[in-house]
Design a protein. Structure first.
Length: 258
């Protein structure tokens, strides 16, 4: 008589080993050696995506006009010459009739960025390089219509905020150190001659006046018709927070004793 063999069952140790292997793998993956996610900056993007990043910066600049913020964003790409790269991308976009708006935005940012960087470089040279002719030289006086001789006693570049406009801030005092209101000033860039007066901003004192300059222009400051200071230009600088900005020229004039 033949005995019937019991049906074979799969060994449980295989299933147990599979489950333990999965558990061990999960522990290694999520606990012992978890995935480290690192942020990837614009400099690590592909060339195509870097072009898109520059375009977004150019379009944002066309809307806001904030050259400092645009420069800070472009710096994250690590380009040796951002203005040249922008110009090259603008030329490519110019060849396509469907991307004329983008081409204009790129070209405008390239032009303004080049002007801003040139101003920053010239300002750094002017501030850090002494002029031998100015050593031990007395300031050149001019005669004001109000009477007395005025001299430029102080000239300083202030770097206050990345959102500030390029300004000239002027204070005029008499021989006793009293601020003088109503003094007529003028700024001439070779094309226009804008007149203004001290005392128009009383919150800063009666002897205070300010003028907003246009990047790329060079000005001559006159006081009551007499040339006081030539070669004034918007100056780029770096704030204490490390942000690029337009500086403000602080000029102090004093009237000498008669």
């Amino acid at each position: 008589m033949m005995t019937k063999e019991p049906p074979k069952r799969p060994p449980l140790y295989l299933l147990t080993g599979l489950i333990m292997g999965l558990l061990f793998g999960c522990i290694l993956s999520f606990v012992v050696f978890p995935l480290q996610v690192a942020s990837v900056g614009p400099a690590h993007l592909s060339e195509e995506h870097q072009d898109q990043y520059r375009l977004m910066i150019a379009l944002a600049y066309a809307s806001s006009g904030d050259i400092s913020r645009a420069q800070a964003r472009l710096a994250q790409l690590g380009d040796a010459d951002p203005a040249r790269v922008l110009s090259a991308q603008a030329q490519i976009a110019l060849g396509n009739s469907a991307t004329q708006r983008e081409a204009r935005a790129l070209a405008s940012l390239a032009r303004d960025l080049d002007t801003f960087q040139a101003s920053a470089q010239s300002t750094s040279i002017a501030i850090n390089t002494p002029n031998p002719e100015d050593v031990d030289a007395a300031p050149t006086p001019f005669i004001a219509e109000e009477g007395g001789v005025y001299t430029l006693s102080s000239r300083e570049l202030l770097c206050e905020s990345s959102e500030a406009a390029p300004l000239v801030k002027i204070f005029i005092f008499d021989e006793n150190g009293q601020a003088q209101a109503g003094v007529r000033l003028a700024m001439n860039d070779g094309e226009t001659n804008d007149e203004f007066f001290t005392g128009a901003r009383p919150e800063f004192g009666p002897g205070y006046a300010e003028y907003e300059m246009t990047p790329g222009s060079t000005y001559v400051l006159s006081i009551v018709g007499s040339e006081a200071l030539a070669g004034l230009q918007p100056a780029a600088c770096i704030t204490e927070a490390g942000d690029p900005a337009w500086g403000a020229w602080l000029l102090l004039f004093n009237r000498a004793d008669d």
